[in-house]
Design a protein around this ligand. Structure first.
Ligand SMILES: Cc1cc2nc3c(=O)[nH]c(=O)nc-3n(C[C@H](O)[C@H](O)[C@H](O)COP(=O)(O)O)c2cc1C
Length: 136
């Protein structure tokens, strides 16, 4: 398998676990790792949920050492909250931050999150910039 690079992260190959809400939790990721996936991704995690200390949301941030490299996928539409949460999770040892701009589910889109950001490119860019500036 050819190595594959995303930014500074070198993957052993190009088999990447797609983020899947309700599916790619910790036990599922460990199974995928065991079966040879090269990059793990959490399910989409609400930045607002972390910001307001939802225990359920915080539990989604748990990762294990053997998962690396592992990406966390965040969703949200408030650049300030996205930036604050990126700073907060920077110490959690994720290798990458993935921003969800594709979720089409009504309860997400109706909050201006997920794929709604594709209808507001300036806001999407502002979020990306805020996140990049807030991570190492
Ligand atoms: C049950 C389910 C949950 C998903 N949840 C997410 C998610 O949390 N974040 C995301 O970016 N995409 C999510 N997706 C989209 C997948 O990551 C992927 O992009 C999509 O399934 C297309 O890939 P495929 O052609 O290999 O199926 C989800 C897809 C499924 C089927």
């Amino acid at each position: 398998m050819k190595p594959f690079r995303i930014g500074d992260v070198l993957l052993a190959g190009n088999i990447i676990l797609a983020p899947m809400a309700g599916v790619t939790d910790l036990p599922f990721r460990l199974l995928c790792k065991e079966q040879g996936a090269d990059l793990m991704t959490t399910e989409m995690i609400s930045a607002k949920g972390i910001y307001y200390h939802s225990k359920k949301t915080n539990d989604l941030l748990r990762i294990e050492k053997e998962e690396h490299p592992v990406a966390v996928q965040l969703f949200g539409s408030d650049p300030y909250i996205m930036s604050e949460i990126t700073k907060r999770i920077d110490s959690l040892d994720f290798d990458m931050v993935d921003l969800n701009m594709g979720c089409p589910v009504p309860k997400i889109v109706n909050n201006g999150e997920g794929s709604a950001l594709m209808k507001n490119i300036p806001l999407a860019a502002e979020i990306a910039e805020a996140v990049v500036e807030s991570t190492n």
